[in-house]
Design a protein. Structure first.
Length: 254
């Protein structure tokens, strides 16, 4: 992880059409967070070996900022995938990026260059209308700011609960709050980050976490296998208070 030499060694084989990474870090916006300097170094490496770099912002696009996670760290990939937020609640997927690559998707591209891209739901007017309406709400960054504030509130209150009970677990993340259960390798000064850099520890799934997931679900809080809390500007402080109460009650019942 974060080994630029290894990435360069692989790219030098000239076997890769694309280098594909997830915004924030796999999975769901940063369960295993990227080191920003590592990601910033990728475009020049891919360019050197004639491939392209794509940042998957299906989760982080418009969620982290109007410019996605890439804008928050200041990197411009060749291509970006988007989904979720841009559909305004309807199913959607989108690709954007460098004009010379995107032009190949145009039906008017030369037969040698044209990449077929037909689909029943392409450019679906209903989805597009919902998406445009939603995107107008994202302009200005207020909703993102609100989701981040709620994320911080959940993180702080949840971690207080875990520490009070002496549980070796932490909440971390920005607006999607990840639940880590495992050894605390260090206390972070930036508590959007996990208390370990060990990928195996971050990925570990224990029966305890599965039980916690069921306990929380039983109390009305869905956490996708006990892994994360997905926040939006539609949530309120009361929702977070209820979530923290559900967390306390679940831990006490286990
Ligand atoms: C980072 C990321 N990329 C892509 C996808 C796929 O999106 P969809 O299921 O809308 O095709 C997901 C789904 O959760 C995702 O989390």
């Amino acid at each position: 992880m974060h080994d630029l030499n290894l990435v360069e060694e692989e790219l030098a084989k000239k076997e890769y059409a694309i280098l594909f990474i997830e915004g924030g870090g796999a999975h769901m916006g940063g369960q295993i967070p990227w080191d920003a300097d590592f990601v910033r170094a990728l475009p020049s490496l891919t360019q050197k070996y004639g491939t392209v770099v794509l940042i998957d912002e299906v989760v982080t696009g418009f969620r982290d900022s109007t410019g996605g996670w890439q804008a928050t760290i200041g990197v411009t990939p060749d291509l970006t995938t988007l989904g979720k937020c841009i559909g305004g609640g309807l199913g959607v997927g989108a690709l954007g990026g460098r004009a010379d690559i995107m032009d190949m998707l145009k039906p008017k591209a030369s037969p040698q260059q044209c990449v077929g891209h037909s689909g029943t739901w392409n450019g679906n007017p209903l989805t597009a209308a919902a998406g445009i309406t939603a995107c107008k709400l994202y302009i200005g960054g207020e909703v993102q700011k609100r989701a981040n504030q709620l994320g911080a509130y959940l993180r702080e209150r949840g971690n207080q609960v875990l520490k009070e009970r002496g549980i070796s677990a932490r909440l971390y993340g920005r607006n999607i709050i990840h639940f880590y259960l495992g050894p605390i390798d260090y206390e972070t000064s930036d508590n959007t980050l996990p208390p370990t850099r060990d990928v195996h520890k971050l990925m570990a799934r224990t029966p305890t976490q599965e039980r916690l997931c069921l306990h929380l679900l039983h109390r009305g809080v869905a956490t996708m296998e006990g892994r994360l809390f997905v926040l939006s500007a539609a949530h309120t402080e009361e929702d977070i208070d209820q979530t923290v109460k559900a967390l306390c009650d679940s831990l006490d019942a286990m």
